[in-house]
Design a protein around this ligand. Structure first.
Ligand code: IVH
Length: 684
């Protein structure tokens, strides 16, 4: 629990207790609307303000902190290991069917063992590709969150589970049963998964193969503060109340899901009651294509008999319930031949082996390349040029080789060996003993420079349209660009002399490069490609160090003091700024007029701010915002705040006890805004 340092002098008054209660209720219901219902009801600025008020009250009076307070979701100091937990009711896994024919056979099987059956219904749910969790609530309060483990013994990861916003810390019922067990799937939204991999790439670390692995890795993180940053999510799907028959709690799975919703859980909305095999088939076929539009991964559908009486009658096998089955989508895998193994040298100098494949159709796209990750992985799978291999592509993920069909191996193949020199600059490579990655450490290696320039131009960095790999390659190979700073001296003539570059596109590119000077400091920092600094870390750092000078002066210890920044990142940033060549680069970027401070200098950027050109006057006392905070919010959005109402005023922000300004504004017909309306406007 986060107990702030106590500097309590004042007594806790009944008013304070009541305010704390009130704040918690407001925050919990806003958070429920946002994370569970996907339907925000409170502007972020108001949420943050109320949150801070609660945090301050708890900080001053730690005795007011309770485990279910919304402030208790930010993670705690790292655990040294997780303890084992025994599941009172085992977490069963599911039998698989891979097509409707197999499903039909399963249906015939269970129907034979329930001969008295008349009508029946299935509940079809999406099979979320994540990790099962078992959550225990005592007297309505979350007391334990555990992984599935082997189904009987799991790990206690309560600290991490508490950081998942869609898991209620307290059940939303007045008289909760003494104990409630909820099960469901924790998962990483695809967007977060991509972001994590981007960070890992920035750190030169091995990428997670899929969101499930990334979620599993996150759930087993010993530092729950890191988990809190990862935005895991959760869908509930079963409810047990020990001491009661499941059918006393709800009579059907459908009712149980409704009850979970009532308790405050997120329940997947794409469930359906199906009364026949045809309905199940339609549901399965519909989601086969539609699942590609979901923001999370699904690998099939789960079909469950709806009636709990029928479920009890059928019971379980050693491993599975007899009343449910996972109807999976065929894995997106295909066999093909490895024509070659080439080495790619990345921005951090990491040598990544890449299989060049005989083109193969997979998940609707032609796949010609697959990552082989690193030499350990190649050795482990013993992938050789000429081999027939199985490649897999899941959703948005880079295809990978998962298996070699050694029985099809031609004669005379050789085990693959990682080169001892960089294939681009031919300098010796290194492989630290405790790492799986082999690296080129030549700072002027053209491959590293090309990757650095491409990264600088990429969408989340300086976003320079038209500066793709092909043109970067020529610029570096012809010795025109030695560093990203050189981009800002390029002339249209120089660019027009490059292959496949006309006069028009050269001019356009010079314009795009010049435009990138308005990109904010956080993007510049990300663009520098410092190891471990992905776009999220760059945001965090620039909030604490609003200018490059401040970051440059900071010691590793000071950088590590920033919430969410670990020692490895801090070391990496501090070391980067100590390198003279990097200092020279910053000087050149400053001369080129890039944004090295948090404020937006350019007028074109200011014009695109939502309130630019609008003049505001504030009168009276607003319910939650102080006068200077309101002013700051408006100004940040590009608006202007003046003291007196005139015909030039666009809006009057009105609070309680408004004075003569209100009268004047009314006389002039000026639009009035409440605090809530102002915040809405800012949100827009
Ligand atoms: S029901 C006894 N429902 O799939 C009932 N499981 O392959 C067992 N899963 O371990 C689970 N979505 O982690 C159920 N809507 C869903 C699910 C689901 C994903 C996972 C779960 C389970 C695995 C079995």
């Amino acid at each position: 629990m986060n107990v702030g340092k106590s500097n309590a002098v004042a007594q806790v008054t009944p008013e304070m207790r009541q305010r704390v209660q009130e704040l918690r209720q407001l925050l919990v219901s806003a958070s429920y609307a946002y994370y569970v219902l996907d339907n925000p009801t409170m502007p972020d600025a108001v949420y943050d303000k109320l949150y801070r008020e609660l945090q301050d009250l708890e900080m001053q009076h730690p005795e007011l902190i309770t485990p279910e307070s919304p402030t208790q979701r930010v993670g705690e100091k790292p655990a040294s290991k997780f303890t084992s937990v025994q599941h009172n009711i085992p977490l069963y896994s599911l039998e698989n069917a891979f097509n409707i024919e197999e499903f039909t056979k399963w249906q015939e099987r269970w129907q034979r063992s329930a001969p008295k059956l008349e009508g029946f219904e299935y509940v079809c749910e999406l099979k979320i590709d994540g990790n099962a969790l078992a959550l225990t609530y005592e007297d309505g309060v979350l007391t334990r969150g555990a992984t599935r483990g082997d189904g009987v013994t799991g790990e206690d990861i309560t600290q991490n589970v508490r950081t998942i916003r869609s898991i209620p810390l307290q059940l939303n019922v007045e008289k909760p049963p003494a104990v409630v067990e909820v099960r469901g799937e924790a998962f990483l939204p695809l967007e977060v998964f991509e972001q994590i991999n981007e960070e890992r790439e920035a750190a030169g670390e091995q990428l997670f193969a899929n969101p499930r692995n990334a979620a599993a890795g996150t759930l087993r993180q010993l530092d729950s503060r890191i988990v809190a940053k990862r935005r895991l999510d959760f869908f509930g799907y079963t409810l047990h109340i020990p001491g009661k028959d499941d059918s006393d709690v709800a009579r059907t799975q459908w009712e149980a899901l409704e009850m979970l919703k009532m308790f405050g859980f997120r329940v997947n909305p794409n469930r359906k009651l199906c009364a026949s095999l045809e309905d199940v088939r339609d549901y399965y076929n519909y989601w086969d294509t539609e699942r590609r539009n979901l923001p999370y991964m699904t690998d099939g559908v789960v079909v469950k008999l709806n009636s709990f009486t029928l479920q009890e009658e059928l019971g379980f096998t050693q491993k599975f319930p007899k009343w449910a089955i996972a109807l999976k989508y065929p894995a997106e895998e295909a066999p093909t031949r490895v024509d070659d193994i080439k080495i790619n040298v990345g921005r951090t100098g990491a040598l990544t082996p890449l299989a060049h494949l005989h083109p193969v159709q997979l998940a609707g796209t032609t796949v010609q390349r697959a990552t082989l990750h690193n030499s350990d992985r190649i050795a482990q799978l013993d992938i050789r040029i000429g081999d027939t291999v199985i490649v897999r592509k899941a959703g948005e993920i880079i295809p990978e080789v998962v298996r070699v069909l050694t029985e099809l191996r031609p004669e005379g193949t050789q085990p693959f060996q990682m080169p001892s020199c960089c294939p681009v600059c031919e300098q010796p490579v290194v492989r630290p003993v405790d790492e799986a990655v082999t690296r080129c450490i030549n700072a002027s290696c053209p491959a590293i420079l090309k990757a650095a320039v491409t990264h600088w131009a990429s969408r989340n960095a300086l976003d320079i349209n038209g500066l793709g790999e092909k043109i970067v390659q020529q610029l570096v190979d012809q010795g025109v660009v030695h560093s990203v700073a050189d981009l800002y001296n390029l002339t249209p003539e120089q660019l027009a002399s490059m292959e496949r570059m006309g006069k028009k596109s050269a001019e356009k590119l010079v314009g795009a490069i010049a435009n990138s000077k308005t990109q904010p400091w956080a993007r510049v920092l990300y663009g520098l490609g410092i190891r471990h600094v992905g776009s999220v870390n760059a945001q965090t750092l620039t909030q604490q160090f609003p200018t490059v000078e401040q970051l440059q002066r900071a010691t590793a210890a000071q950088i590590e003091g920033v919430y969410g920044i670990g020692p490895e990142i801090a070391q990496s940033v501090s070391q980067w700024f100590q390198v003279p060549a990097n200092q020279a680069l910053i000087t050149r970027l400053r001369e080129a007029d890039l944004q090295l401070a948090a404020q937006v200098k350019s007028t074109t950027a200011a014009k695109s701010q939502p309130l630019s050109g609008q003049t505001f006057v504030i009168t009276g006392t607003l319910p939650t915002l102080k006068r200077d905070e309101t002013k700051e919010l408006i100004e940040k959005a590009g608006g202007k705040v003046t003291n007196s109402v005139s015909s030039k005023t666009n809006y009057l922000v009105v609070g309680e006890d408004a004075g003569s300004k209100l009268e004047k504004a009314q006389a002039l017909g000026i639009t009035q805004l409440s605090e809530a309306q102002l915040l809405e406007l800012l949100e827009d």
